[in-house]
Design a protein around this ligand. Sequence first.
Ligand SMILES: [Zn+2]
Length: 238
Amino acid sequence: MKRQRAFFHTLRLPRFRRITLPLLLLLVFTATSYSLVGRQTATVPLPGLVMIDAGHGGYDPGVMSNGILEKDITLAIAKQLQAALQARGIPTAMTRDSDIDYADSGTKGSSSKRSDLNKRLELTEIQQATVFVSLHINNSTLATRGGAEVFYSEQNEGTAELAAAVQSELHKIPQMSKRDAKPGKYYLLRNQEIPSLIVECGYLNIADERARLNTADYQKKLAEAIANGLDSWLQKNK
Ligand SMILES: [Zn+2]
């Protein structure tokens, strides 16, 4: 009995702890509630928000030619596009702003790719974006001419007009080979519920276009053209 009493005694909290423990719990609860509110307010939709997706990243370089990686060019253009849109007063968010990917650990091949793309879709949904733009670079030995090309999500109303607006701005870039906007069957486009574009900004296998794509000046021209197209469509579709 004596030993038992001593055992219970060690479990009994000193008087000051009996008071502070509920207080501590209250503080933890308050802090948790506050951070939840913070997270909710962070996802209040901003009208006209453009979600910019720099294609590939991290483990996935995308297409490559002469030591130039698609993931580096798309990130550079994405940053320029964000600056161009912000200069026009258009809110933006980015799926990535550094060399990362979202592939689930332990996955390989197509499972890695799928989990990476799903995260980009999820991030777009969290931001409650109005428009989604994914930036890519082409590389095809079959292509004999370069040029930026806009693909759009057919299932989302108004997207053909959005794609045409961006494509016509891209045509204004000097030396741009003229290509037409067209519907695309890409996973990212098929699974978006908002007007969504994939902009293939040019061809890495075309030597002079590859050289241009690797310059900040041309990346800016592409970004400004895409921003102009988005801006004009957003103005009309407020
Ligand atoms: Zn790509």
